[in-house]
Design a protein around this ligand. Structure first.
Ligand code: FAQ
Length: 335
């Protein structure tokens, strides 16, 4: 009788270093400690975090566009100054996040190429147009509001640089949400036309804002592993529910309604029930077929090309600084 060998191939046997690294990684996760860039980590953890953090960075950068469009049309100097500061904050968030992603080993220009070549995703919400000034309010209240709801738990993400970046980002997002709320409050207490403009903006933004939390848990391929690694602390549906519970009383205080006839308090669950979202539309948007995908990407590519001279100048400056700061004794050795 021929005997087949069932011993594992050599390639699948972890080296002693990998086995020790995995043990240390598992211990740190179990203890709720942090994984730092120099720590051993499983390849899958590194890859999944690079995906999430870089896509988060891309979202911040693309997310500047709908609001930047309104800087020149802001209704007062004060509003203009506030909006400019907010858009700059989003650029800063992108930079913190690219820096955090780079600590996982992929250089920023590679991550950026993935965005420009359409290989990396960014948040679906930024593929919708900002039609009126009231959209600045709806984006601040609902989009930044959803971002905070999703990102406060990420301050405790197991990967140190990501969690620390999120702390500062969340502080700034809270300010953004308040400025959005304040824009909507003013409009909803203004003329009937202004109130209608605020209501229309909320009607358009509500569904896409709820979709920012990602697909329903049953269709979320990354959630389970990400939660086991303590990157994500709550599932997509848990955070979406938390957000709905938060915005219903806020909408009442604003004097506006949310566009969902199924929205009602469920005494038994202790939460608001809400109606189904259009997941076919979501899938279409993240495949690149949303109302603004083509324009957002074209603008990003154009901005990248127009910024080439800045990158070249910065690189030339860095080279010159390095040459001028060569220690004196090193120069002598070469002489
Ligand atoms: N849009 O398995 P899951 C902001 C993708 S920042 C596009 O559930 P995961 C600030 C997902 O990537 C907003 N794609 O994935 C601001 C995955 O595809 P992949 C961004 C989405 O990672 C305000 C696939 O679907 N925030 O707003 C979306 O466990 C105002 C399956 O999904 C963050 O990035 C979506 N909405 O959960 C700026 C927060 N949802 O990658 C300017 C950090 C899912 O396998 C103005 N990220 N997908 O090809 C996260 O918390 C998570 O990555 C989720 C998705 C919750 C977004």
């Amino acid at each position: 009788m021929t005997q087949t060998t069932s011993s594992p191939s050599l390639a699948s046997v972890p080296s002693p270093e990998d086995a020790a690294g995995q043990e240390n990684f598992d211990r740190l996760i179990a203890e709720d400690s942090r994984i730092e860039p120099r720590d051993w980590m499983p390849q899958a953890y590194r890859k999944s975090l690079t995906r999430q953090v870089s896509q988060h960075a891309h979202s911040e950068i693309i997310g500047m566009q709908p609001e930047a469009n309104w800087i020149t049309r802001a209704p007062s100097l004060k509003r203009k100054a506030i909006l400019m500061a907010k858009v700059q904050d989003e650029a800063g968030h992108g930079l913190y996040l690219y820096s955090a992603a780079e600590t996982l080993g992929t250089p920023r220009d590679v991550l950026n190429d993935q965005l420009l070549e359409g290989k990396a995703k960014y948040s679906s919400i930024f593929n919708y147009p900002a039609r009126t000034w009231a959209d600045m309010g709806a984006i601040g209240w609902l989009v930044d509001g959803a971002a905070i709801c999703n990102q406060v738990p990420l301050c405790r993400a197991s990967y140190g640089p990501y969690g620390r970046a999120m702390v500062r980002i969340c502080k700034e997002e809270s300010f953004h949400q308040r400025q959005g709320w304040e824009i909507l409050f003013e409009l909803s207490h203004g003329t009937p036309e202004q109130k209608q403009m605020a209501q229309d903006a909320v009607n358009r933004t509500y569904g896409p804002a709820l979709q920012m939390f990602g697909p329903p848990d049953a269709d979320s391929p990354n959630s389970q592993q990400s939660m086991a690694w303590k990157v994500k602390r709550f599932s997509n549906d848990e955070l979406r529910q938390r957000f709905v519970d938060m915005i219903v009383p806020q909408a009442e205080a604003l004097g506006l309604t949310l566009p969902d006839p199924d929205l009602k308090w469920n005494e038994e669950r202790g939460h608001y029930d809400f109606g189904p979202l259009d997941w076919d539309e979501f899938t279409d948007v993240i495949k690149g077929n949303g109302p603004m995908n083509a324009q957002r990407m074209a603008r990003r590519i154009q901005a990248h090309e127009e910024g080439a001279w800045v990158r070249e100048a910065a690189a030339a400056y860095a080279r010159r600084q390095a040459e001028q700061h060569v220690p004196a004794d090193t120069q002598l050795i070469g002489a």
